[in-house]
Design a protein around this ligand. Structure first.
Ligand SMILES: Cc1ncc(C[n+]2csc(CCOP(=O)(O)OP(=O)(O)O)c2C)c(N)n1
Ligand SMILES: [Mg+2]
Length: 702
C-alpha cells in the first residue's frame, strides 16, 4: 500500500522521511500544474536536500522566523521556489508583520500553494523577501542568492566578533545557499565565491545542484568547466554527494561543513531534474513547464502516491516536521532567549544595541558631531565631505560599516578613525570591508549584510553602478536600507574620458521604484543627504558624489541645507519671491546655477534657484510644498545637470530647457569639458534669459 495513505504508526523512520520528501515533490508538481506555469523539475530533484536541511540541520524556529541567531536558508535557484513554499508551509512558519511581531497566522497556507503564482498569493513565482515571512532574500536573477549569502556570512562573523563574550555565543549561525548551474555560470557567483574563499567564511555552505541541465538542454552546450577544481582554487572545502536521494549522505556532508574551519564549504550534489518522471527526468523539459496531467499521474505512481490526489499532505507529515525542525528550533530559540537575558544583565548596552539593530532603529546620539562646513568659495569635494561624514557615522552607530570595490582611497570611503580596522579572515571586527574589484558581488553582499540588520554600504565610481545595478534593484525590491556610495559622479574626472563619465546613470537609477537617489550640491548637502539616508528603514539609497571640489555655499545668504530632506528646495530666490524663471540643478551644477542666478538678478531678471538633490524624495512631499518650490504658473524653467537630459521634462515641462548631456563625454581637463558641453554660467544665463523672454511673451497674450 502507498505510504501516503498508510497508517502513519506503521511507517518506519525511513518511510516517514520519504513521505515528507514526496509531499514536497507532489505539492510542487500540483502547484505548477494548477498554475499552468512554473518549474517542477528541480523541486522534484531537490526535495530530499531541502527536507534534510530543514528537518535535520537548520537551526530555525518556525514559530519565530526572525530570531536573530537562526541559520539562514537561501534558494539561489529561485525558480525552484516551490521548495521554499513547501518548506515554509509544512514546517508551519509563522507570519511576521512590519513591526517584527508574529501575527498568529501561517506564512504560507495550503491555499496559497493552491494559488501558486496568482495575485496576492503568499506563494509567488520566486522567493520574495518583503512579501513572505521566512524568505531570507529575494532570488530569481541567477547568482544573486549565493552572492547575497556571502554578505550574510560576513555579517554573522562581524556580529559574533562584536557581540559574543566568553560563555555568550549570541551569534553562531550558519548560512546555507542552494544553487544550480545557472547561478554558477553567472559571473557574480565567481566574484562572490572568490571573496568568500579569501575571507575564509566557514559559516557558509553552498550546495550545488549538479543536474547538467539548463533551459536550452544539457550543460555540455555551454558549461563544461571543472566546477570542483574552480572552488578548490577559490579556497573552499569541496565535497560531493553522488546521489541526491541519499539523505544520510547529504546530512553527513552538512555535518562535515559544520566541522570545517577556516574555509567555506561547497557541496556538489549530483541530481536528476524531474526525478521520477518517466518521460521528462534528466531533460530540460522538466525545467520550466508543467509536467502535464498524464505525466503527473505517472510520476505519482512512481512515488507510490495516490494518482488522483492533489495537494495532499498525508497524515503524519506536519507532525514529523514538528518533531524535527519544530522541536529543535523551539529548543534552540528558547535556550538562546535565556542566554540573551543573562547577557542583557551582564552587558546591558550591548543587548540594547542588538535589539535596536534588529528593528532597524538607531542608537541615541547617532547624529552627534556630524560635520558642518563653513562657507568657502573653493569648497570641498563631495567625496571628501562624504568621507568625513562616514567616519562620524561609523563611530556613532556601532553596526554601521562598509567598504569599496578597491577604490576606497578614491571614493574616500575608508574609515580612518583609530580602531576602525579591516575586516579579514584574521580580524572579524574590522569595519572596513575590502570587496576587491567585484562591484556586482559587493552590491549583493551589501544586501546580505543589510538583511542581517547591519547598516552596510558599498562604494565605487558612479560609472560602475552599472556593474552593481542588478543587486541595487533587488535592494529596492526587497525594501532594504542598503547604501551605495558612488563618487566621480559626472565629468569631474575629465581626463579619464567617456569610459569613466556617467551620462545615463542617474536617470536609469531614478527609474528604479523605491530607490532613493541623491546628488548633493555642496558639502553641507552631503551631510544632510547622509542624515536622511541613515534614517531610512525600508529603502535603499544611492549617493552620487563629486570628485572635484564644489564651493561650500554661504548658508547665511542661501537657504539651509536641511532642505535636502525634502528632495528639492528653494536655495536662492529673487526679492519678493515671485520668480519669472526657475533654474533647477543638482550636484556640481548647483553652484553653477547660483552663479548664473546672481548675474541674472543683477540684470534685473527675477530668477530662483532650486537645488534638487533627489527627485524621489521631492515626489514624496505634499503637493502644496512641491508647488511652493516649483509654482505651476512659472513655466520658464531651466534644468542644469551634468547627466542625460532624459526625463527632465518632468520638471521643466515641454517648453523648458535642459542644460545636460545628449552624448557621451570626452577625455580632457574638466574646464574644457565644461566649456564644450555648456556647463558654464553664460550658457545657463542665456537659457534662463530665453525662457524668461518666452514667459514674458506668453504673459502678454490675452
Ligand atoms: C540572471 C538570469 N538570467 C537568466 C535567467 C532565466 N533562467 C531561469 S532558470 C534558467 C536556467 C537555470 O539553469 P539551472 O540553474 O541549471 O537550473 P535547473 O534547470 O537545473 O533547475 C534561466 C536561464 C534568470 N532567472 N536569471
Ligand atoms: Mg541545472
Amino acid at each position: 500500500m502507498s505510504t501516503a495513505v498508510a497508517d502513519v504508526q506503521t511507517l518506519t523512520a525511513a518511510q516517514l522521511d520519504e513521505l515528507c520528501i514526496n509531499t514536497i515533490r507532489t505539492l510542487s508538481i500540483d502547484a505548477v500544474q494548477q498554475a499552468k506555469s512554473g518549474h517542477p523539475g528541480t523541486p522534484m530533484a531537490l526535495a530530499p536536500l531541502v527536507y534534510t536541511i530543514w528537518n535535520r540541520v537548520l537551526r530555525f524556529d518556525p514559530q519565530n522566523p526572525i530570531w536573530p541567531n537562526r541559520d539562514r536558508f537561501v534558494l539561489s535557484n529561485g525558480h525552484a521556489s516551490m521548495l521554499v513554499w513547501s518548506a515554509l508551509h509544512l514546517t508551519g512558519v509563522q507570519a511576521v508583520n512590519a513591526s517584527y511581531e508574529t501575527v498568529g497566522k501561517p506564512s504560507v497556507t495550503l491555499d496559497d500553494i493552491r494559488r501558486f503564482r496568482q495575485l496576492d498569493s503568499k506563494a509567488p513565482g520566486h522567493p520574495e523577501y518583503h512579501w513572505v515571512s521566512g524568505v531570507e532574500t529575494t532570488t530569481g536573477p541567477l547568482g544573486q542568492g549565493v552572492a547575497t549569502s556571502v554578505g550574510m556570512a560576513i555579517a554573522e562573523k562581524w556580529l559574533a566578533h562584536h557581540y559574543n563574550r566568553p560563555g555568550f555565543e549570541i551569534f553562531d549561525y550558519n548560512i546555507y545557499a542552494v544553487c544550480g548551474d545557472g547561478c554558477l555560470m553567472e559571473g557574480i557567483s565567481s566574484e562572490a565565491a572568490s571573496l568568500a574563499g579569501h575571507l575564509g567564511l566557514d559559516n557558509l555552505c553552498w550546495i550545488y545542484d549538479n543536474n547538467h541541465i539548463t533551459i536550452e538542454g544539457n550543460t555540455r552546450l555551454a558549461f563544461t568547466e571543472d566546477v570542483e577544481t574552480r572552488f578548490l582554487a577559490y579556497g573552499w572545502n569541496v565535497l560531493r554527494v553522488g546521489n541526491a536521494n541519499d539523505i544520510d549522505r547529504i546530512q553527513h556532508a552538512l555535518d562535515t561543513f559544520k566541522q570545517t574551519k577556516g574555509r567555506p564549504t561547497f557541496i556538489v550534489l549530483d541530481s536528476h531534474i524531474g526525478y521520477g518522471s518517466p518521460h521528462k527526468q534528466d531533460s530540460s523539459a522538466a525545467h520550466g513547464e508543467p509536467l502535464g496531467e498524464d505525466e503527473v499521474r505517472l510520476v505519482k505512481k512512481a512515488y507510490g502516491w495516490p494518482e488522483d490526489a492533489k495537494f495532499l499532505v498525508p497524515d503524519g507529515v506536519y507532525d514529523h516536521f514538528t518533531e524535527g525542525i519544530g522541536k529543535r528550533g523551539a529548543e534552540g530559540r528558547q535556550k538562546w532567549m535565556k542566554l540573551f537575558e543573562s547577557y542583557r544583565a551582564q552587558y546591558p548596552s550591548l543587548a540594547v544595541e542588538i535589539e535596536l539593530m534588529q528593528k532597524r532603529e538607531l542608537p541615541t546620539g547617532w547624529d552627534r558631531n556630524l560635520p558642518v562646513f563653513p562657507a568657502d568659495p573653493k569648497g570641498i569635494a563631495g567625496r571628501d565631505a562624504s568621507g568625513k561624514t562616514l567616519n562620524v557615522l561609523a563611530q556613532n552607530i556601532p553596526w554601521f560599516l562598509g567598504g569599496s570595490a578597491d577604490l576606497g582611497p578614491s571614493n574616500k570611503t575608508t574609515l580612518t578613525y583609530s580602531g576602525a580596522g579591516d575586516f579579514q579572515a584574521d580580524d572579524r571586527g574590522g569595519k572596513n570591508l575590502h570587496f576587491g574589484i567585484r562591484e556586482h558581488a559587493m552590491a549583493a553582499a551589501v544586501n546580505g549584510m543589510s538583511l542581517s540588520k547591519l547598516r552596510a554600504f558599498g562604494a565605487s565610481f558612479f560609472i560602475f553602478s552599472d556593474y552593481a545595478r542588478p543587486a541595487i534593484r533587488l535592494a529596492a525590491l526587497m525594501e532594504l536600507p542598503s547604501l551605495f556610495v558612488f563618487t566621480h559622479d559626472a565629468m569631474g574626472d575629465g581626463e579619464d574620458g567617456p569610459t569613466h563619465q556617467p551620462v545615463e546613470h542617474l536617470i536609469s537609477l531614478r527609474a528604479i521604484p523605491g530607490l532613493i537617489t541623491l546628488r548633493p550640491g555642496d558639502a553641507n548637502e552631503v551631510v544632510e543627504a547622509y542624515r536622511y539616508i541613515v534614517q531610512l528603514r525600508n529603502q535603499p539609497a544611492v549617493l552620487a558624489l563629486s570628485r572635484q571640489p564644489l564651493p561650500t555655499l554661504d548658508r547665511s545668504k542661501y537657504a539651509p541645507a536641511s532642505g535636502v530632506a525634502k528632495g528639492a528646495y528653494v536655495l536662492a530666490d529673487c526679492p519678493g519671491g515671485n520668480p519669472e524663471v526657475i533654474i533647477i540643478a543638482s550636484g556640481s551644477e548647483v553652484s553653477l546655477a547660483v552663479e548664473a542666478h546672481e548675474k541674472l538678478l543683477s540684470e534685473g531678471i527675477r530668477s530662483r534657484v532650486v537645488s534638487m538633490p533627489s527627485w524621489e524624495i521631492f515626489e514624496q512631499q505634499p503637493r502644496a510644498y512641491r508647488e511652493s518650490v516649483l509654482p505651476p504658473n512659472v513655466t520658464a524653467r531651466v534644468a542644469v545637470e551634468q547627466a542625460s537630459t532624459f526625463g527632465w521634462e518632468r520638471y521643466v515641462g515641454t517648453s523648458g530647457q535642459v542644460v545636460g548631456m545628449k552624448t557621451f563625454g570626452a577625455s580632457a581637463p574638466l574646464k574644457e569639458l565644461q566649456r564644450k558641453f555648456g556647463f558654464e554660467p553664460d550658457q545657463v544665463i542665456a537659457a534662463a534669459k530665453e525662457q524668461a523672454r518666452k514667459f514674458q511673451v506668453v504673459g502678454q497674450l490675452p
